[in-house]
Design a protein. Structure first.
Lengths: 335, 287
């Protein structure tokens, strides 16, 4: 595999089999830590390595990462609670998505996970009320650009991001899980209807829908940046899928059957017992591993290919050309 | 990365990688008496990369990043590569360090007790610490003072002292030539020259000290000493800390204790000798 991805391989191996770190050299540790930080998996790694003998110099690094993850978790849950209070009078279901959901529901994918923004899903017909309620409770727009704002409202699966003026935390309000321009049209109403209520009244997606969302997010939307972490989420979610779950049927309902199957193969290959990969799977694995021992991105051409693919997935060609031209004129450059 | 060095400064260790040889060679010379990271494992990775692939050769331009980075950081000329490396290490501390409350302050020690000086860039805190470091005090750092979250002690981060503009000549008159880095002309902050701290600062860099006096120096004014209330001290130190918010309750408790126990004064001065006279007088009152 060469120097382009040794540290990404080390990271995967350490997450799969924590005891594998026993014989690492100092330099390998540096590469592992840099890759884990760059992939935002350092907290996850720190929890996986808890209780395992590591060199003295590594101990405080992992302690810091665990403390940071605990703080992140507390901030995230507080932010979710603030959103709950701000939206309570509307009487609409508020479904937590991604990292916040994993933390709130106590799922293994949430252990040590970097979270960042708060993502929620609400019914599409409640979107205006939700927006007004959040603005009234102290959230503000962050996108000053009228093109971006109009683009979000017309084509995206979420409102333009809002940021809270006192707490400086971002919220993404979704009404479905993929852009409206994507080829798949997940059944957001079914996701809301089958969501599971937590103790405080906030909700999370059903076990099957969590996987459908994670697979759609990783494979049908975006350029695979953060892919190793997304795939780790999927691997954890699959391991916690309850007996009798109807994952494939559910995926088919959302038009995500191929994506979920691919996610299952990739998770088994990268973090699990192995799987027979297809050509497209191998391309994705090559992209996921593109990180060197200094935490730098490698395989620039492959990355750029996936960047183009992300736009291709998101919108039809004519619209894509128009969009890229507008962004280019505004000075945006990929990479 | 083509060129690399590992080094330890106080409790923090770094590996600095660079696409060019010069910044690493300069670090190797100036940090030659500093230890390497324990087991070769560094707390932080710093990278000096070409801003664009061709900018490694054509008008070389250094982008500073690492484990922690700022996407919109302005690239620097390769002639300022040493400064870039220093800024890269500071950036990791400012954004990533969680083992102490980080105060943007200079710090010197005598008899196991620490004098902490904080203020805006240009306040003279760095020059004052450098001067005191040559006149009987141990320099603990000119950029960060590390406040222990449990014991309340201050720990050292004695990186190279970053002298700016007029401070360069002041210290050139005080210190032998071999301890200076190259003069970096026309940086974003004017002329900059790095100074290697005295041997005792490096040899004793793991030793903490009990904070005994906090000063808010201000260069360029008629000499004066003013009291500063605890509320104001607290607020100013939260602003001078890069990780106060990130540390949550532990940071609040450590800072409350510091503010409650350490007497604080604002001092104005117009020359180094005035400043040192004021410092020694105030130190005499708390010693």
């Amino acid at each position: 595999m060469g120097g382009c991805c040794v540290s990404a391989m080390l990271l995967i191996r350490a997450l799969r089999d924590p005891d594998s770190i026993a014989s690492l050299s100092g330099d390998a540790w540096n590469g592992l830590i840099a890759a884990a930080r760059a992939e935002r998996l350092i907290g996850t790694l720190a929890f996986r390595l808890e209780g395992i003998a590591v060199p003295d110099a590594v101990l405080p690094i992992l302690d810091d990462a665990r403390a940071e993850a605990a703080r992140e978790r507390a901030l995230t849950l507080w932010e979710a609670d603030r959103a709950r209070v701000a939206l309570a009078h509307l009487g609409v279901p508020v479904v937590l998505l991604k990292g916040t959901a994993y933390a709130a529901a106590g799922l293994s994918a949430g252990r040590g996970r970097f979270i960042g923004d708060l993502d929620i899903l609400v019914p599409r017909d409640a979107l205006d009320d939700v927006e007004a309620a959040l603005l009234a409770a102290g959230w503000e727009w962050v996108k000053p650009d009228p093109y971006d704002d109009a683009y979000y409202r017309q084509w995206m699966h979420e409102l333009p991001p809002l940021i809270h003026r006192e707490r400086d935390r971002m919220i993404d309000v979704h009404h479905t899980i993929l852009p409206l321009t994507a080829r798949q049209t997940p059944d957001a109403a079914a996701m809301l209807a089958d969501s599971v209520m937590l103790e405080d009244g906030l909700r999370v997606l059903s076990a099957e829908d969590r996987i459908c969302h994670a697979a759609a997010h990783m494979l049908a939307d975006g350029d695979l940046a953060g892919g190793l972490r997304n795939l780790w989420d999927i691997d954890c979610l699959l391991a916690e899928l309850p007996e009798g779950a109807q994952l494939q049927e559910r995926a088919a309902r959302h038009g995500l059957r191929a994506h979920v199957r691919q996610a299952v193969r990739l998770a088994a290959h990268v973090y699990g017992a192995g799987a027979a990969l297809r050509v497209a799977d191998r391309m994705i694995v090559a992209r996921l591993l593109a990180r060197n021992g200094w935490g730098q991105e490698t395989r620039k051409i492959l990355r750029f290919g996936f960047y183009l693919r992300s736009h291709w997935l998101r919108m039809p060609p004519g619209m894509l050309a128009r969009h890229l031209f507008t962004k280019w004129r505004k000075g945006h450059r990929p990479g | 990365m083509r060129y690399a060095i590992g080094l330890r400064i106080g409790p923090a260790s770094f590996r600095v990688g660079s696409a060019w040889e010069a910044p690493i060679a300069q670090l190797a010379r100036l940090y030659r008496d500093y230890p390497a990271p324990e087991d070769g494992i560094a707390d932080f990775t710093v990278r000096l990369e070409p801003a664009k692939p061709w900018r490694r050769f054509v008008r070389p331009s250094v982008f500073i990043t690492g484990d922690h980075g700022l996407a919109d950081a302005a690239p620097m000329a390769l002639a300022h590569g040493l400064l870039a490396a220093e800024m890269g290490m500071n950036l990791q501390m400012a954004l990533g360090w969680r083992r102490h409350l980080l105060l943007h302050a200079s710090c010197v020690e005598k008899d196991g007790r620490a004098l902490v000086m904080t203020g805006e860039s240009g306040s003279g805190k760095s020059t004052l610490a450098a001067l005191l470091g040559e006149r009987g005090w141990r320099l603990m750092g000119d950029e960060f003072a590390l406040l222990d979250l449990v014991t309340g002690e201050v720990f050292a981060f004695p990186r190279l002292i970053s002298l700016k503009n007029a401070a360069i000549a002041v210290m050139e008159a005080e210190v032998e030539a071999g301890r200076f880095g190259p003069l970096l002309k026309a940086t974003a902050k004017g002329g900059i020259r790095h100074l290697v701290p005295r041997g005792d600062a490096v040899a004793r860099m793991n030793e903490g000290a009990v904070p005994a006096l906090l000063l808010f120096p201000r260069f360029g004014f008629t000499p004066e000493v003013r009291g500063v209330g605890q509320g104001e001290v607290f607020m100013r130190l939260t602003q001078a800390s890069t990780n106060y918010t990130a540390l949550g309750e532990a940071g609040f408790l450590a800072l409350s204790r510091f503010v409650g126990e350490v007497p604080a004064w604002a001092i104005d001065f117009s020359s180094g000798d005035e400043a040192i006279a004021l410092v020694e007088r105030l130190w005499g009152d708390v010693a």
